[in-house]
Design a protein around this ligand. Structure first.
Ligand SMILES: [Zn+2]
Length: 140
């Protein structure tokens, strides 16, 4: 299918998506373009639909940008170490956090010694060694 063969409305949808990069259905509607024109462009291979947005089928999808927003921002043990993407702990610091948690659970350290960031709390809730007893003791 050639771009020159598109109807005027399909062409408008095509140009808009190509110009904008990635376009959601809501964005299309907001500029008065009907989603069905974009869908027919997907059907003929001019646009790609990734479940969230339309883009130029010729262009590669950007490499998973979302990971950046999910970065923890640092080691979950609370030491402040900066980590490479996708890493939760600096080397050996998962054990350090585990030991801190046990100390609190045994009453040997104050609860305030544990990092209270949402990322750490989320990790602790699903930690492989977490037990109902420890959870209760540290107030999770
Ligand atoms: Zn650490």
């Amino acid at each position: 299918m050639d771009v020159e063969m598109l109807s005027r409305k399909e062409r408008r949808a095509y140009d808009f998506v190509v110009k904008s990069g990635a376009v959601t259905r809501a964005r299309l509607k907001s500029v008065g373009i009907e989603v069905r024109f974009a869908n027919s462009l997907v059907a003929c291979g001019l646009l790609a639909w990734d479940g969230k947005s339309y883009r130029d089928a010729e262009k590669k999808a950007p490499e998973a940008k979302e990971e950046v927003t999910e970065a923890t921002g640092g080691c979950l043990c609370g030491c402040g170490a900066e980590l490479a993407a996708k890493r939760r702990f600096a080397q050996g610091h998962d054990a350090k956090l585990y030991s801190s948690v046990l100390k609190v659970a045994r009453g040997q350290a104050a609860k305030s010694t544990l990092p209270a960031t949402s990322a750490t709390v989320a990790y602790l809730r699903g930690a492989p060694w977490m037990t109902a007893e420890i959870r209760k003791a540290i107030g999770l």
